[in-house]
Design a binder for this molecule. Structure first.
Ligand SMILES: Cc1cc2nc3c(=O)[nH]c(=O)nc-3n(C[C@H](O)[C@H](O)[C@H](O)COP(=O)(O)OP(=O)(O)OC[C@H]3O[C@@H](n4cnc5c(N)ncnc54)[C@H](O)[C@@H]3O)c2cc1C
Length: 386
């Protein structure tokens, strides 16, 4: 395999460079050889979570006292980029939802008891997290969610449903957004809750079949009079919308990083193919039109990567990054579409065949302009801040 090694200014310190090398080795030895089989099984094994946990990779940002690494946004970017560079985005997304999208809700606003109960085991990969916001009638419009959590004498009773939930079948802890004040309009009156696997009334309605990301599990959930204790409330009552929006910034940043990892892999597999494939008496790589196209894609990938690392640095500096992270979500995901489809075109008919890496990369890339904030919604966030 030819490697296409993107370069960057010295943004990462020695520890983060070492983290990248360790992750690169882990991906090469423990993910790539098994990725095809996991895609066929439509599942990522639990042992992979435990193995990554043992190496300290699943709680890079979580507090040290709860088993985490106490690192910043750059660490998450490296983690997500390297996982996605495996070429198996379904594997990457399950791990990313666990480490960067669901359990951060507990790390940021959990009580000491909640953090002590969940974080050490989440960091060790012993339990898996899911974030449950999207509903059949409320995706982009988070404020339109209808799942209802009513207060009872000793806790809460939750009724409603969620859809498209990554890790929805296999999760052990579900971070759930529900409406606690039915009188409050729109974004007000939403709160966050923690529910453990096996809670009575928490039902996995079905595992959804998808266009890509086969090895990640995606589920529809029902809450049928699901009773939760009073201390299942996460953070303050009524602040859920704000919590979701603030955690979305990290979600969008790491999706940007995933796009960069996938773009690199797409360019690598294409270089590999073009240097071997002959047509009209020479390799395709020797055709200037072909190599120009690849060079243009590499240039765009480099630009997306620069914006990703810039956003991570801004997060680590404590800056408000809503505008830049929204730009990144759009630019990285849309650029990735162009890259994977240009690369697929250059594979000819072979690119359309199952089992060829670019075919999977093209399918897996498609959702990234939708999930975690659709392109159109992200552009509105940018426009509002201009
Ligand atoms: C594989 C997968 C995994 C997912 N994992 C999770 C998860 O773990 N947890 C979770 O909570 N959610 C998850 N999601 C949900 C995801 O975040 C939503 O799909 C996304 O937010 C879009 O919502 P929607 O699908 O309801 O589309 P809609 O909100 O119905 O929008 C449909 C389309 O309309 C357009 N649109 C919408 N609003 C506007 C607007 N204001 N202006 C212009 N155009 C607009 C966009 O093109 C958008 O794609 C996942 C989705 C997928 C497909």
């Amino acid at each position: 395999m030819i490697t296409f090694e993107p370069r960057e200014p010295r943004i990462l310190d020695e520890d983060l460079e070492m983290l990248r090398q360790q992750l690169r080795r882990f991906v090469t030895e423990r993910i790539i050889p098994h990725g095809e089989a996991w895609e066929a099984e439509e599942n990522t094994p639990r042992q992979l979570f435990r193995d990554l946990g043992e190496l300290g990779f699943l709680g890079l940002r979580h507090p040290v006292e709860y088993g985490g690494g106490g690192l910043g946004a750059l660490a998450s970017v490296v983690f997500n980029e390297e996982l996605a560079r495996s070429g198996f985005a379904g594997v990457a997304v399950g791990l990313s939802v666990h480490a960067d999208m669901s359990t951060p809700h507990i790390a940021h606003r959990g009580t000491d008891a909640q953090k002590a109960k969940y974080l050490p085991r989440a960091c060790a990969g012993e339990i898996v997290g899911a974030i449950c916001v999207t509903e059949p009638h409320a995706g982009s419009d988070v404020a339109g969610l209808r799942t209802r959590a009513g207060k009872t004498a000793d806790g809460w009773v939750v009724n409603g449903s969620k859809t498209f939930i990554t890790n929805g079948v296999n999760a052990d802890v579900y971070v759930i957004a529900a409406r606690t004040d039915p009188q409050a309009k729109g974004s007000r009156g939403i709160s966050m809750f923690l529910a453990d696997k096996g809670t009575a009334g928490l039902k996995v309605a079905r595992k959804l079949e998808k266009h890509g990301w086969y090895s990640s599990d995606t589920a529809e959930l029902f809450f049928d009079d699901m009773k939760l204790p009073a201390d299942a409330l996460l953070g303050k009552e009524g602040e859920g919308f704000y919590y979701i929006m603030s955690t979305f910034q990290n979600e969008r940043l790491v999706i940007g990083a995933m796009c960069c990892g996938m773009a690199t892999r797409a360019i690598e597999v294409t270089l590999d193919y073009l240097r071997q494939r002959k047509a009209f008496g020479k390799t395709l790589w020797e055709q200037p039109v072909v190599r120009n196209k690849v060079a243009l894609m590499a240039s765009k990938a480099q630009a997306a990567r620069a914006l990703t690392y810039q956003c991570a640095q801004m997060v680590d500096e404590g800056q408000d990054v809503v505008r830049e992270v929204s730009m990144l979500k759009v630019f990285a995901a849309e650029t990735l579409q162009e890259i994977v489809h240009t690369c697929l075109q250059l594979h000819g008919g072979a690119g359309f065949m199952k089992g060829v890496p670019i075919e999977r990369l093209a399918r897996d890339a498609r959702v990234l302009t939708i999930g975690g904030g659709a392109t159109e919604v992200m552009l509105e966030e940018v426009a509002k801040r201009m």
